[in-house]
Ligand binder design. Structure first.
Ligand code: TYD
Ligand code: MG
Length: 452
């Protein structure tokens, strides 16, 4: 019998300690350190699967002598996913898909499996095969090459893989897996680490890509997939607001592509739909008689996105005026209001100001500052902004209109969507000439006030 060894792990961040202690020194959380027993057993034998795991001692090679092998990527039927991955799945890679419960991770993975033209094995430790079938019925697809396995033990999964031999393996979720090599409960840090290490070995030895689903808790009670980020090749995050239909697939780490790419989906009653032109969905039907609405051009990853900002300015009923921002940084809103007060002479100190970015998305890009200011001014004066006007500039503390990055890309997107005027900073260096859209240059916030 192998000698048992124990170690103490913080269940929040995965830090390892030789002894118990009350507070984790790494993440500062209390009472999260738990003893876990580690048993060492033999690694699975990939040779049995007809794969020879090469264990030759390596020696240094000049980088110029290393031959470039162009890898054949596996293209899924999901174009958004392919783009976020940097052009399809890389054979032998491990992709971690993280996200809050209920955001749609299982739906996305089942869709990949059902819509695929390659053989997939969808291993679920969370749902029964009946539940998966019901979901597949909602997605209105069937596929003879999609196999479902409800199993949580890694050695049982690997023995099934030997008979199915899938081209892509999907695991839902890493928190439910357990390996016999370690005597700890499923979902504990050491189990998650050990199971992932086995999956990495499997992926590299058989050249099969593995998509691994991981949960993130808001309060970080259960071990999140954070500790796995170093182990896997690609980390994707599925984000969105439960009350809204938009879901954003973002890449946080990608060994085979850029992390700027972004996928946008819409959750429908029949599954996730790829949204190739998000601006059209984010802009509501325009009614030019409404004041307080302004359109701004932001960037999500490297895609320009037109969003609608709504502002409501009303007289403060109580002593302290209220400021509220949904989808926008409240501190930044206060800063912009202070600039307006000082530079444009608006007595906004006696007014309540509410800002909302429609579509339930959150924007951190300072390029929407000018749009926010325009929406506030429009609501304050009760003067609607023409529906074919949009804004893209940052506002500085002294009221100057500052340039932003990738301005040409943003103007081109606005032009494509039929906008006729865009307000930008005078200090932007434009590379192209625009015929379909009038580019208005501003240097100070006062100029915007006058032009309204
Ligand atoms: P799910 O994929 O189970 O989320 P996760 O695996 O991330 O926990 O999906 C969760 C939500 O998606 C669920 O609340 C219902 C919704 N949904 C739809 O709106 N339409 C659909 O076609 C499907 C399958 C799910
Ligand atoms: Mg799920």
């Amino acid at each position: 019998m192998a000698q048992s060894k124990t170690a103490f792990f913080c269940q929040n961040c995965g830090n390892q300690y030789p002894k118990w202690q009350g507070q984790c020194t790494a993440c500062k959380s209390w009472n999260t350190i738990i003893e876990e027993v580690l048993h060492k057993t033999e690694a699975p034998k990939w040779e049995e699967m007809g794969v020879s795991a090469s264990r030759k001692a390596s020696s240094p090679i000049a980088i110029n002598d290393i031959q470039h092998i162009s890898e054949d990527r596996i293209m899924t039927d999901d174009q958004e996913l392919n783009r976020v991955l940097g052009g399809g799945l890389v054979p032998g890679s491990l992709v971690l898909l993280g996200g809050e419960p209920g955001i749609g991770k299982s739906t996305l993975c089942l869709q990949i499996a059902l819509f695929a033209h390659f053989k997939t094995l969808y291993v679920s430790g969370e749902e029964s095969s009946q539940q998966i079938k019901m979901r597949a019925d909602r997605l209105k697809r069937d596929n003879n090459n999609c196999f479902v396995l409800t199993e949580t033990n890694t050695s049982a999964i690997f023995s099934q893989i030997k008979s199915v031999r899938p081209d892509v393996l999907i695991i839902d979720s890493v928190q439910t897996l357990f390996t016999d090599a370690i005597d700890a409960t499923a979902g504990s840090i050491s189990q998650i680490k050990a199971c992932t290490a086995e999956l990495i070995q499997f992926a590299k030895a058989t050249n099969t890509p593995v998509i691994l689903i991981g949960h993130i808790n808001k309060d970080g009670q259960i071990a999140g997939p954070k500790i796995l980020e170093h182990m896997v090749d690609t980390v994707l995050q599925f984000e969105g607001d439960h009350n809204h239909v938009f879901r954003i697939l973002r890449s946080h780490k990608n060994r085979f592509g850029s992390t700027n790419a972004l996928g946008i989906y819409e959750m429908m009653s029949t599954g996730l739909r790829e949204v190739s032109n998000p601006s059209e969905l984010l802009l509501s039907e325009k009614d030019d008689s409404l004041s307080g609405n302004a359109v701004a051009v932001t960037l999500e990853g490297n895609r320009p996105l037109l969003i609608e900002i709504q502002a409501l300015v009303s007289s403060a009923v109580y002593g302290t005026p209220q400021r509220s921002a949904t989808g926008f940084n409240a501190k930044r809103l206060n800063m912009l209001l202070a600039v307006l007060e000082k530079r444009a002479g608006f007595r906004l100190g006696a007014k309540d100001v509410f800002i909302n970015i429609t579509g339930g998305i959150h924007v951190d890009d300072p390029a929407i500052d000018l749009g926010v200011v325009a929406a506030v001014l429009s609501s304050n004066n009760d003067q609607p902004i023409a529906p074919d006007v949009c804004f893209a500039a940052e506002v500085g503390l002294s009221g100057e209109i500052r340039p932003i990055q990738r301005i040409d890309q943003r103007i081109a997107e606005a032009e494509k969507l039929g906008f006729h005027t865009i307000y930008i900073s005078k200090y932007c260096k434009l590379e192209n000439e625009y015929k379909g859209i009038r580019v208005k240059l501003l240097s100070k916030i006062e100029e915007l006030v006058q032009s309204q």
